[in-house]
Design a protein around this ligand. Structure first.
Ligand SMILES: [Zn+2]
Ligand SMILES: [Zn+2]
Length: 273
């Protein structure tokens, strides 16, 4: 197995983005795919590390406009400055810039002092690095959403409507990836994807919960299954897969979208009320 590199993950920012994007999805659903249709089609014909979910998240993540909105809605420079510092810190960007001295400044609106000037240097730095910041926050939000097979199921069911609607265009652009029956064609799974699904699903069949770790007995074949099947316009998007055992994979119908939100918590819930 290729070694995974460790990374700084902007989890706080990512959790915020994941939460608001999921809320929006259930409220507005299909509208969400309109902006990046072209990019999403590229992502779903064969497994790509930038998935349809990444493009969906990209629609909501824009650090430059977040700062712009804060400036319009919040009068407090110090509050916006804290937001910038917290975000930069999370994505591990450490600019060598002077710090404004809000604590000792006596100019309430920072009109005559140097605070505003210092603030603007930080603001400029974030905007210059906006693409890096946005990418890392999207990457981090994906780490959380990828755990949520129930959401992925709903997401890919909606995306299937889009795929069905655009299938002729997809066939024109990617003739090798569409079947004569006008469905996305089965492709091979790259190792990075098989590994990700295997570890996310903790070597356990998503349906019958049997053990597929093969630590003791090695005859258990693992199957990587399309959560929303190709037959119902599901796709090869890297976020549309789950781990199944051979018998569940065989008995899951070609049109069935069975998945499960059963998982192993850090500890079990105790009743507290
Ligand atoms: Zn000041
Ligand atoms: Zn099973």
């Amino acid at each position: 197995m290729g070694k995974l590199k460790e990374e700084h993950l902007a989890l706080s920012s990512g959790i915020g983005l994941a939460g608001s994007s999921i809320d929006y999805f259930y409220e507005f659903g299909e509208n969400a795919f309109e902006i990046f249709t072209k990019e999403i089609i590229e992502a779903i014909v064969k497994p790509s590390k930038t998935t349809a979910v990444h493009w969906y998240l990209n629609f909501f993540q824009d650090i430059s406009s977040d700062i712009h909105n804060l400036k319009n809605n919040v009068d407090e420079l110090e509050f916006i400055f804290d937001f910038i510092v917290r975000t930069l810190n999370e994505v591990n960007l450490k600019p060598d810039l002077p710090l404004p001295n809000f604590d000792t400044c006596t100019d309430e609106w920072h009109e005559e002092c140097t605070c505003k000037d210092t603030f603007e240097q930080w603001e400029k730095y974030v905007i210059k690095n906006a693409a890096i910041v946005d990418n890392l926050i999207i990457h981090s939000a994906f780490q959380i959403i990828f755990l949520d097979k129930k959401f992925l199921h709903d997401f890919h069911l909606k995306l299937a409507d889009v795929t069905e609607c655009y299938i002729d265009d997809i066939q024109k652009q990617h003739p090798d990836f569409v079947t004569p029956k006008k469905r996305i064609k089965r492709t091979h799974f790259p190792k990075w994807l098989t590994n990700a699904v295997f570890y996310r699903d903790k070597a356990t069949c998503s349906i019958c919960r049997c053990d597929l770790s093969n630590l003791i007995r090695t005859q258990n074949t693992i199957h990587i299954d399309h959560i929303v099947p190709l037959a119902v316009f599901g796709s090869n998007d890297a976020s549309n897969f789950q781990l199944l055992c051979e018998s569940c994979n065989t008995s899951k119908g070609a049109r069935s979208t069975t998945t499960s939100s059963i998982n192993t918590p850090f500890w079990n819930l105790e009743s507290i009320f």
